[in-house]
Design a binder for this molecule. Structure first.
Ligand code: ZN
Length: 106
């Protein structure tokens, strides 16, 4: 895929444009998950909230976001999965499945 992150990094490396390479290498940490999800939904209003270099185009962002796994919900401290249904237990999040298991054990 031409617009994949890897090919962009390669392209800019070849051109010696290391500033862009560095940005691409850390874009995972620069764009929060909630905004990745909006990019996946083709919600271009997210562009107003993100501070992106001008050379970062929507098509590339969209392809990048589409390749990323995002999950709904929050990460359960017991099974490590992202689940939508669960409870807060002593300030930790436990998914419904794990909570039921715990309850049955107890
Ligand atoms: Zn769980």
């Amino acid at each position: 895929m031409e617009s994949s992150l890897e090919s962009k990094i390669l392209e800019f490396s070849r051109k010696g444009d290391m500033e862009k390479v560095r940005w691409l290498e850390k874009m995972d940490t620069l764009i929060p998950k909630s905004q990745v999800e909006r990019i996946q939904q083709n919600d271009k209003t997210v562009l107003k909230e993100l501070v992106l270099p001008s050379w970062v185009k929507w098509d590339f962002l969209y392809t990048w976001a589409a390749s990323k796994k995002t999950a709904d919900g929050r990460r359960c401290i017991l099974c490590n999965e992202y689940r939508e249904n669960g409870i807060d237990f002593k300030e930790k999040y436990i998914c419904e499945d794990c909570f039921l298991k715990l309850k049955n054990l107890g």
